[in-house]
Design a protein around this ligand. Structure first.
Ligand code: FAQ
Length: 348
């Protein structure tokens, strides 16, 4: 695996940005640059946080914007599959829980867009890139939710996978991302538990409810494993992101961890996972699992999953319908700023 130093390009060594994304002043000398770079490398090596005010290599900034924006988009698009059940929740209690969860996801998206802004990204530009298909979001949200059991299975498996993936990101080297992840993970933990509790209730219910749970588990198991990304050998970003301590584990390591945690939970729930090759390997101290359909992941990432078109069309329509709110908020902010400026003039 390359060291942080090895993966920096000559351009990285010569460029730098301030907290607002502006280039360093032209009078910055090569000695300044070298010192800034040495400080960056020392902070990474000592496992300390990089903050927005710090110099960072261009590629570090770019890869963070890429990952954090994809993560933010996932949270926002991820409101749709469960949101579809808000008007059909079977009781007031289930509806209140689901409403809180979907609202949490909106909040996660906002923290993450804010983290992107600290890197100099523009939020309107990120949204534009999402709705025009130039930035990705997680493959998992391109599958349909066919029954209320899907709400439980998303909580158990999708939030469960998200927790496995995101707890190590609380130690990510970029401060604003790491801090956002701490809060997000606390909320994801509630999401996972509410899903598991819903499934436990359904498994104790009628035969029809148990069948709905089994069907939902069968449909979501493999897509949940794909959430962790391509296998390590085909993951172009992992080595560099690990050297920079943005990612703390590889995709395969986290996927294995998720399988190991989830199999006993499935047993406690009384459902079987749809993989005939799933068995404990005493020698490895892990569960072995069957082959994952990587063609399916590529297809879904390319936009050819069951719900890709619908998800983007819904997001695009929401963005268009929210235009008047953005305009009103900007007009209000401008009016306040003008009033404050007059007030400051009077006081001065
Ligand atoms: N879907 O080289 P790698 C949630 C892309 S939030 C789509 O391995 P990397 C909460 C990848 O971007 C779920 N694209 O990339 C919730 C890259 O493309 P690029 C989202 C994928 O970044 C729950 C290319 O493939 N979580 O669930 C996927 O090192 C319930 C090559 O991949 C995060 O975003 C995929 N599954 O590792 C909400 C966590 N996998 O940009 C609502 C943060 C890979 O080079 C309801 N992100 N790609 O063109 C990460 O940990 C990483 O970015 C990975 C990918 C692990 C996702």
């Amino acid at each position: 695996m390359p060291s942080a130093e090895e993966v920096m390009t000559v351009t990285d060594r010569r460029t730098g940005h301030g907290p607002d994304g502006a280039r360093r002043p032209p009078e910055a000398t090569l000695a300044d640059e070298t010192e800034a770079q040495a400080r960056f490398e020392r902070l990474i090596a000592e496992d300390q946080r990089i903050e927005p005010r710090d110099w960072m290599p261009e590629a570090y900034r770019a890869t963070l914007i890429r990952q954090v924006a994809q993560h933010a988009h996932s949270e926002i698009i991820g409101m749709q599959p469960e949101g579809a059940w808000l008007t059909r929740a079977p009781s007031l209690r289930r509806k209140a829980i689901l409403l809180a969860k979907v609202q949490d996801e909106a909040g996660h998206g906002l923290y993450l867009y804010s983290a992107c802004e600290t890197l100099g990204a523009d939020r309107a530009d990120l949204t534009e890139k999402l709705v025009t298909g130039r930035q990705k979001y997680s493959s998992i949200f391109n599958y349909p939710t066919l029954s209320f059991a899907d709400v439980g299975v998303i909580g158990w498996l999708v939030d469960g996978a998200a927790i496995c993936n995101q707890v190590p990101l609380c130690r990510s080297s970029y401060g604003p991302y790491a801090r956002a992840m701490i809060r997000i993970c606390k909320e994801e933990s509630f999401h996972q538990r509410q899903g598991y509790e819903l499934l436990m209730t359904m498994m104790g219910g009628t035969e029809e409810q148990r069948a709905q749970v089994r069907d939902a588990v069968d449909r979501w198991w493999w897509p949940s494993l794909m959430m962790f990304g391509p296998p390590d050998a085909e993951s172009p970003n992992t080595a560099r992101s690990m050297a920079w301590r943005i990612k703390r584990h590889t995709n395969d390591e986290l996927r294995q961890r998720f399988v190991d945690i989830t199999v006993p939970q499935a047993e406690a729930l009384g459902v079987s996972l749809p993989d005939p090759d799933l068995r404990w390997n005493a020698e490895r101290g892990h569960y072995d699992h069957g082959p994952i359909d990587w063609d399916e992941l590529s297809r879904v990432i390319r936009g050819d999953g069951p719900c890709n078109a619908e998800r983007i069309a819904t997001r695009r329509a929401a963005h268009r319908d929210g235009e008047w709110v953005r305009r009103a908020a900007s007009a209000h902010a401008a009016k306040r700023a003008a009033r404050d400026a007059v007030g400051a003039g009077v006081a001065g």
